[in-house]
Design a binder for this molecule. Structure first.
Ligand code: 5GP
Ligand code: ZN
Length: 109
């Protein structure tokens, strides 16, 4: 996807602080964190949202959840909020599926 900011981060065209990667996923800090821990976990394969990922690559989604837990263990106390904004009206701005792993402090409900 030529125009996708996360595809550019994945191939290294846009620099970011890669916290974790494997053959399926990369993780890096959100540019505009909303909490002390705010990490994006991003499948390397470009798909628009988590529903498509779940239908087409369920193993990647399963891996994403376990990687999120590991990141929360490493960068927080093991607690985390996992957010997939899906659709522009609820705040999705990058249409390459990504999980926000948020925590590191007490979050409002
Ligand atoms: P969305 O709003 O689509 O759920 O989340 C997109 C997230 O990507 C936002 O929280 C935004 O701060 C983050 N973001 C956008 N561009 C960049 C970038 O170039 N680098 C990083 N690290 N995060 C980005
Ligand atoms: Zn992409």
């Amino acid at each position: 996807m030529n125009d996708c900011i996360f595809c550019k981060i994945i191939v290294g065209d846009i620099p970011s602080n890669i916290l974790y990667q494997d053959e399926l996923l990369v993780a890096f800090p959100d540019l505009n964190p909303t909490a002390k821990m705010h990490i994006l976990v991003v499948p390397k394969n470009h798909q628009a949202n988590v529903s498509i990922l779940a239908a087409e690559n369920p193993k990647t989604l399963q891996r994403l959840v376990s990687v999120s837990q590991n990141l929360a263990n490493q960068f927080a106390n093991g607690d985390y909020r996992l957010i997939f904004n899906t659709g522009s009206t609820v705040g999705q701005s990058v249409f390459h599926v990504h999980a926000h792993v948020v925590g590191g402090e007490t979050l409002p409900e």
